[in-house]
Design a protein around this ligand. Structure first.
Ligand code: DGJ
Length: 757
């Protein structure tokens, strides 16, 4: 890791672990030269810049320098209106109504470490040696607008963190209309875009398609990062695969409206930009005021999509997630939502906890319906006091009963919402997002509290603090179940209304910062109807997210696989639920459901008393197995082996310990194949020179014991390979035959343990 500066040439060479990022100041404009595999530092790098005179439709900001045109120059933070006709990185309106600004290089500073971004989530360092930051200063002399571009490089990660900081040093008001976190101009367009799209219950499915002249735009205008589009975009060479080739990832550390764009221009250069969605954004900068954009984590991988994912996994696991739970294994939980929905009382909850105890489950999570008069989703959000009929002894009484069953106690809340039928709404009808005189559009009978208002956030902090302190609560599930409409604030002046969506996020982040600081022992899990806000911003405050409301094991293969493109398994909540599955009504075996859920933060979400004795035995085995592998799953390196988005949907992945002495492999056969070919599962990430002993997993063991719903689908595999040992190179080059797995929806898991050669 090093930041080289050649002042005479105006050349900046940022080396982050094994990647290089290079730009050069040309006539005051920072021009992008290179991003990719690491290069030696050398003055000859300046020759990368190629200026060639084009036709008269390429204007010249410096008349004497005809080859220089902003419309063709690859740039670091391009501006609007001064002869670059591509997507600008920012736009600002001056007091006179004009929208022309011209940022020119005005200096730089390099500092060890990485600064905090005030009020925003961001990747961090624990020692200054881990990173170095370049501050590149740009200034519009006429208006006084100063922009600092921040670039952080890391010793241990091939990633660059970028953001922009705006300050009005002049004497007039400036209105930012767009302020992207970063813009990068790549020198050609031979790329495909890879991104994660979906909907409620089928989040983060992988899309991959060619770039072509014109713009590909990914965005959310829903007030949250959304189920529909994750704040992530990667460009990759068409020949890039899971394991090979150049991949460039852009992951925005933000939970609100975002936009990401890849624009191929006339000379086949590609401009990528990502940041807050300008469609519902503006920011008024009075003299002396500033604005910080969210940060984007840009990852280069020369080792395909898998290499990119593992960089994100490590960085997000170790230096985005925070708090004492970051490095601790997560508890195995039972959640009552799909077991009871709103229909429960303290006795029923205690009975569920009683069922969970002998299985080895560690935490009981009381979901929606414990407060106000909430017996369905029509009322009570905002009334964070106990439902008297359901919990006559309050939360503390219930927590005590759950604790007596040997389980920790966790609680669901949805603090950002208010039901029109609630005491809170009757007291403060103006506390929700709304526009004067307009309908307040309800979704699931709820409105959204205006978290851009300090008093609303203070109220929530006080109210939730009391709830969290009222009982021995060790876990909180923080839900958010609708998109934003009528985004306006009763408190903001008319010329700041367009700041509301972003101010809401700042209010939310501040509230989460205060609560997580006040309750450091609580493990927080975020949720938004499942994965509607599965983004790096939320992970900064809450180290895990409920991946999807879809608990069907087969659907989960695609959801968890797609999610793993950016996010590590330690961030994904994954539960065994009942069949027929409540979302898709599919029947799958208990063993398969366990095997899929074990590749995340494992738990159960069903009525345990309805299980057969065999299923209970199997559940106890699953819990015991997960306890053995959870540090591997939650802290190991993940390698994807087979994609559910290809072929017949068979899926496989594995987790390898850092020292390569242990691995856990999961293979899922979606549909049986008649008279199919021999299929071998080749593994990854092992030490080629180590010998590994294979131990068949719970699904196989369960099948052997004949547990209900667990066909003996893996007997051939078990007989052939169980207990045997193989060299790592053989497992990775030749693999193990898995085609003998029987039936649809079959699974197979096994562990590998390094043994003496
Ligand atoms: C949506 C969540 O994703 C579910 O798990 C559950 O908590 C419900 N909300 C409760 O309303």
């Amino acid at each position: 890791m090093k930041i080289h500066v050649d002042e005479a040439l105006g050349l900046f060479h940022l080396q982050s672990k094994d990647s290089s990022y290079i730009f050069q100041v040309v006539e005051g404009y920072p021009a992008h030269l290179y991003w990719g595999a690491q290069l030696n530092h050398d003055a000859g790098l300046a020759h990368i810049l190629e200026l060639r005179e084009r036709c008269s439709f390429s204007p010249n900001p410096v008349p004497a320098n005809r080859p220089l045109s902003l419309d063709t120059l690859p740039q670091e933070y391009p501006q609007y209106g001064t002869s670059d006709f591509r997507q600008p990185a920012y736009q600002a309106q001056l007091d006179d109504g004009s929208r022309i600004t011209e940022l020119k290089y005005s200096g730089y500073r390099i500092a060890p470490g990485k600064p905090k971004l005030t009020g925003l989530p961001a990747v961090y360092t624990e020692s200054e040696k881990e990173a170095a930051t370049l501050y590149l200063y740009l200034k519009d002399e006429y208006s006084g607008l100063k922009v600092t571009l921040l670039y952080t490089v890391f010793a241990e990660h091939s990633a660059i963190a970028r953001s922009a900081f705006f300050e009005q040093e002049g004497s007039a008001i400036i209105r930012l209309e767009q302020a992207m976190s970063a813009s990068v101009d790549l020198s050609d367009s031979r790329y495909q875009a890879l991104y994660l799209s979906g909907a409620w219950a089928r989040e983060r499915h992988i899309q991959r398609r060619d770039l072509a002249p014109g713009a590909l735009r990914l965005e959310s205008r829903r007030g949250s990062s959304s189920h529909q589009m994750n704040p992530f975009l990667a460009l990759l060479r068409p020949e890039a695969t899971e394991d090979h080739g150049d991949v460039y990832g852009f992951s925005l550390v933000y939970s609100g409206n975002f936009a990401a764009q890849a624009e191929v221009e006339q000379f086949n250069q590609t401009r990528v930009s990502i940041g807050i969605n300008p469609s519902d954004f503006s920011w008024k900068l009075e003299p002396g005021q500033s604005f910080q954009t969210p940060e984007v984590i840009m990852v280069y991988s020369g080792e395909g999509i898998g290499g990119m994912s593992r960089t994100y996994h490590r960085l997000y696991r170790q230096r985005l997630c925070r708090g004492k739970h970051r490095d601790q294994v997560r508890p195995i939980l039972i959640n009552n939502w799909e077991a009871t929905y709103f229909n429960f009382d303290a006795d029923k909850i205690e009975a569920l906890a009683q069922e969970a105890r002998p299985l080895g489950i560690e935490l009981f999570v009381l979901d929606d319906g414990w407060f106000g008069k909430r017996d369905n989703d029509d009322s009570s959000l905002g009334d964070w006091f106990e439902h008297e009929r359901k919990l006559p002894e309050g939360l503390s009484g219930l927590a005590k009963r759950v604790n007596e069953q040997g389980l920790q106690f966790g609680l669901w809340v949805e603090p950002e919402m208010v039901s029109p039928d609630s005491e809170l709404y009757r007291q403060h009808p103006d506390w929700c997002l709304h526009a004067p005189g307009r309908r307040r559009t309800e979704a699931r009978s709820q409105l959204i509290l205006d978290l851009s208002r300090e008093e609303v956030c203070d109220y929530l902090y006080d109210t939730l603090s009391k709830v969290f302190a009222s009982a021995p609560i060790t876990y909180v599930k923080w839900d958010m179940n609708r998109n934003m409409t009528e985004i306006a604030s009763a408190q903001a002046p008319s010329d700041r209304q367009k700041e509301t969506a972003h101010r809401y996020m700042l209010g939310l982040y501040d509230l989460l910062e205060r609560l997580t600081t006040s309750f450091p022992d609580i493990l927080f899990e975020s949720c938004s109807g499942g994965g509607g806000r599965f983004d790096p911003g939320m992970l900064y405050y809450m180290p895990q997210t409920w991946t999807s409301d879809d608990t069907d094991a087969i659907e989960r293969l695609a959801i968890q696989y797609g999610t793993s493109i950016v996010y590590p398994a330690s961030t994904m909540g994954a539960h065994v639920s009942a069949v027929p599955n409540h979302q898709v009504h599919r029947m799958t075996s208990f063993a398969l459901r366990g095997d899929v859920a074990m590749s995340g933060n494992f738990g159960y979400e069903l009525d345990l008393s309805s299980l057969s004795q065999e299923e209970k035995t199997l559940a106890a085995r699953q819990v015991a197995q997960y306890k053995e592998i959870r540090s591997l799953v939650q802290q190991g390196e993940m390698y994807r082996l087979l994609s559910p988005f290809e072929g017949r949907g068979d899926t496989a992945w594995m987790f390898v310990s850092e020292d390569q002495s242990e691995a856990f492999v999961a293979f899922f056969r979606v549909l049986a194949e008649p008279n199919g070919p021999i299929r071998r599962l080749t593994l990854k990430g092992l030490d080629p020179n180590k010998r590994y002993k294979l131990e068949a997993g719970v699904s196989a063991a369960a099948a052997a014991s004949g547990a209900k719903g667990s066909a003996d689908d893996a007997s051939a595999f078990r007989e052939a390979f169980g207990g045997q040992s193989f060299m790592g190179d053989q497992l990775m080059r030749i693999g193990l035959v898995v085609s003998d797995l029987q039936g649809d929806f079959a699974s197979l898991t096994f562990r590998l343990q390094a043994v003496e050669a």
